[in-house]
Structures are given as C-alpha cells and as structure tokens.
Write a protein that binds this ligand. Structure first.
Ligand code: ARG
Length: 457
C-alpha cells in the first residue's frame, strides 16, 4: 500500500523498515476510539465551516459505517497498514474518494494518537474498576462467612495476636478500595482532550477544541499544544496504579499459597481453581495464585519500560512514544486477567476454621493480653510485659501453653493474677476485647464490611 506521506520520497520504504515501523498489530485495538475521535473532529470541521456541513455529515456517516463493518466482521483491519489511524483514513478515502482526504485537516496523527490512547484507557479503567469491585465483593462474602473464624495474626510471619479470618482478608478489601480511588484519580487527570494540538504547534484553522472535547466526554482541553502531544503521564500513572493493584494481588496470592499448604491448611481452594501435578498424584497446586504473583513482575516491568522510554525525550512527539501502547496495553490485559481469575477463586475458596483455631492455640498469641490484664490491674505495662515474657519462657520449658499453666504458677510471678485470667485470655475474648476502631473485634469487622459494601455500591 502506498504511504500517505509518499510524496516527499523517491523510493519506497524498505520492507524490513516498514515492518519495524508499523504499530498496527498493537494499536488496532483502538479502532473504535480512533473512529469516534475522527467523528468528533469531522463534526467540528463542519460546524466551523472548515469543510461544509454536508461534507462533514458524509464523512461521519462513512466513519460510522466503517465502525460497524469492523465490529460485525465485514471489514478486516489490514495487518500491512502502518497504524490504525492510517488504516481508518485509507478506508475512508477508498469509500469517499477525495472527500475522505479532507478529514485530516487541522489534525495530526500526533494529537490523534494522544486522544485515542486516552479514550481507550478511560474505557479500560472503567472495566478494571468494575473487576476490582467484583473482587471486593468476593472478599466481603468470605469475610461475612468467617467472622468467627479465629486465626493467628502474624508479624514477621511469627504468630503474633489472635484475629479473625474476616479481619485479615478485609485488609485486602481496603487495599483494593484504595486501588479504585487511585485509578479514578489518574483518570480524572487524564480526561482532557489534546485533540487540536495538531503536530505540536496548533493550527491556522479556526477550530473549536472545546466542542470536540465535549463530544468525546472529556472534562476540558489540554492547555499547551506541545504538552498535548508529548504528555504520556497518564500512561505512567495508570501503569503505576496497576502495578500497585498487582502488588496487592501478589501479597494476597502469597498468603493464599501459604494458607493452602499442609503446613497451614487454613483454606482449600476449590478444585475448579487448582491444578494437579504430572508426576505427584497427591498434589493440588495453587497455580492461579502463583501465576498472579508471577505476572506482577511484567506489570512492574511495563512501568519501568514506560518511565525509561520517556526519560530524556525532547519535545514534542518522537517515535519512541509508539512504544507506550505495547507496555500499557500489556498492563491492562494482565491486570484484567488476574482480577478476572482472582474474584471467583476467592469466592469459591473453602476455609478451615478448626485448623486456624488450632494454630491460634499455639504460639502464645494471647501473651499481650496477659500483659494488658496485669496493666489494667495497675502494674506498669513494661513491668507486666517483662513478667509475661518470663512466664512464656517457663511454658516453653514445661512444654505447655499459657491457657494451661496453673494459677499457682502464675501467682509466683504476681499476686494480681486471679481465676478470671483464664476467661480473659481465651482466644475468643482476646478477639472480642479488641474494641478499638479498625480492630479485630466483631463491631469493627461489621463496620469494615459495611464500608466496603458502600465502596462497591
Ligand atoms: N503509530 C504512531 C504512534 O503510535 C502514531 C503517531 C505517529 N506520528 C508520527 N509523527 N509519526 O505513536
């Protein structure tokens, strides 16, 4: 196919160079956004009298036909085209003749591509937010079913204090709720139209950029035409927000994998989300969670690729920037795939509260509560802390646990100890007593569930 810019050249582009230059395989997915952007542009050209209203109407009608032809499989996107912008324009020209060639008045591919990516990412961001909401909803379902499931809470992966399984997984719910606002925030900053920036300097035509912006659902126009075509901050911000989503998913994955192991056995993933081994018949592997954990790396990689691609780039458009789409699209695809698998995996996961409780019974996780018991009876907390440390050491020596050490042994350390101690340090009580806002007590857990339910609307 002859290049639209062939006029200036006396030789055709080398085949290898042509392939190397082409971005159609990556940017063809933006065909809808490209056509929508072109329709807004054609409407503006007509309204401003840059082309006639009837010409504008015919271009818009032909563009709308091209869109439905692609969508309904009547028109295949030519893999030999240079990019999606050139493809759409060439089809338009083949259908309308010279009139098709008028569309590119007061426009450049530089502002065109900057519009297309924004429109595309705006749509994808919406979908990703919806997928995050589905995941939060799965977390809430599990939390509601496991409000009474007591397990050890960990620090340094050492048993620390008793919590409920609900409380633990609601922590992930909070992370995902923040992820939504982070994406929304990036979209808010992205939602300004660069259309009309043209190649870099604006145009000599009497255009109406606000009109185009409004037609395309932007909140306004970008204020500097050079920035309009050079800015890819929104790719960075979204790639970064998606990296954080993946970081959260990978932490959750890690716990899912640990909890599914025989060493923990706090949960069992549903058969429909686990795989077997080709040699070890007993295996049931958490491959989905492992893959999500693994794919986190490529999403971080895309962020670094984008940052590095933009580093030191002079203004305005440089072809380097064509690399933006492959990176950000891969992040979009990966995050969507991971969220898509995670929500049903969490929803169908079976919890094993008896095993959680048994683990909570070992590891002296009610030691802080004994220190609090003494402190509430007037002993300075640091002194109480030291005494309980000695009692724990004694239990370890005697191969027993705090709940089973007889009162007379306790009394040797302090006569503040009374029979009510045992009730005080029961695991259920230890959880229930954590009444502080945001703590593991039931009232707080209920509040957290309500909060997340409101988040997902
Ligand atoms: N395919 C190009 C990209 O993705 C479109 C913009 C081309 N602009 C240009 N001046 N060569 O960045």
């Amino acid at each position: 196919m002859e290049k639209m810019w062939a006029g200036r050249f006396s030789k055709a582009l080398d085949k290898k160079a042509d392939d190397f230059n082409s971005s159609i395989s990556v940017d063809k997915r933006m065909y809808r956004q490209d056509i929508t952007g072109s329709m807004a542009h054609a409407a503006m050209l007509g309204k401003q009298g840059i082309i006639s209203e009837s010409e504008s109407g015919r271009i818009i009608a032909a563009l709308s036909e091209i869109l439905s032809d692609i969508e309904e499989g009547r028109l295949e996107i030519d893999p030999e085209a240079e990019d999606i912008h050139m493809f759409v324009e060439s089809v338009l020209t083949s259908r309308l003749g010279d009139l098709g060639k008028k569309l590119h008045t007061a426009r450049s591919r530089n502002d065109q591509v900057a519009v297309d990516i924004r429109l595309y990412l705006r749509d994808e961001a919406k979908e990703i937010i919806m997928l995050i909401k589905k995941l939060i909803s799965a977390v809430v379902v599990q939390a509601e079913q496991n409000k009474d499931a007591i397990m050890p809470g960990y620090t340094h992966l050492q048993r620390a204090q008793p919590i409920t399984f609900a409380h633990q997984i609601l922590a992930y719910g909070m992370m995902f709720a923040r992820d939504i606002t982070r994406i929304q925030d990036a979209v808010k900053r992205m939602n300004y139209s660069p259309l009309g920036s043209c190649a870099l300097a604006g145009t000599t035509y009497n255009t109406d950029r606000e009109f185009e912006a409004e037609k395309l659902g932007f909140d306004g126009i970008t204020q500097n035409s050079i920035d309009g075509v050079s800015d890819r901050d929104f790719c960075l911000e979204l790639a970064s927000a998606f990296s954080i989503v993946m970081m959260h998913l990978s932490r959750f994955s890690e716990e899912i994998i640990l909890w599914s192991s025989w060493e923990f056995k706090f949960i069992e993933l549903d058969d429909s989300f686990t795989t077997g081994s080709s040699i070890m018949p007993q295996k049931k592997n958490s491959d989905m969670a492992e893959l999500v954990r693994g794919k986190t790396g490529r999403v971080y990689g895309n962020l670094i690729a984008l940052l590095t691609m933009l580093k030191g780039l002079p203004l305005a458009y440089n072809k380097d920037m064509q690399e933006d789409k492959e990176a950000i699209f891969d992040s979009v695809d990966t995050v969507k795939a991971c969220l898509g698998i995670f929500a049903p995996m969490i929803e169908t996961m079976h919890t094993l509260p008896d095993n959680m409780y048994a683990a909570a019974g070992r590891g002296f996780i009610n030691a802080t509560d004994i220190a609090d018991y003494l402190a509430k009876k007037g002993m300075p907390f640091r002194t109480a802390y030291k005494i309980v440390g000695e009692i724990v050491a004694e239990c370890i020596n005697k191969n027993t646990v705090l709940d089973k050490l007889p009162l007379n042994e306790y009394k040797k350390h302090s006569d503040l100890f009374e029979e009510d101690l045992y009730e005080e340090i029961s695991l259920k009580n230890c959880v229930e007593k954590r009444i502080s806002a945001g703590g593991t007590g039931t009232a707080s857990v209920t509040k957290q569930i309500e909060y997340l339910k409101k988040t997902i609307g």
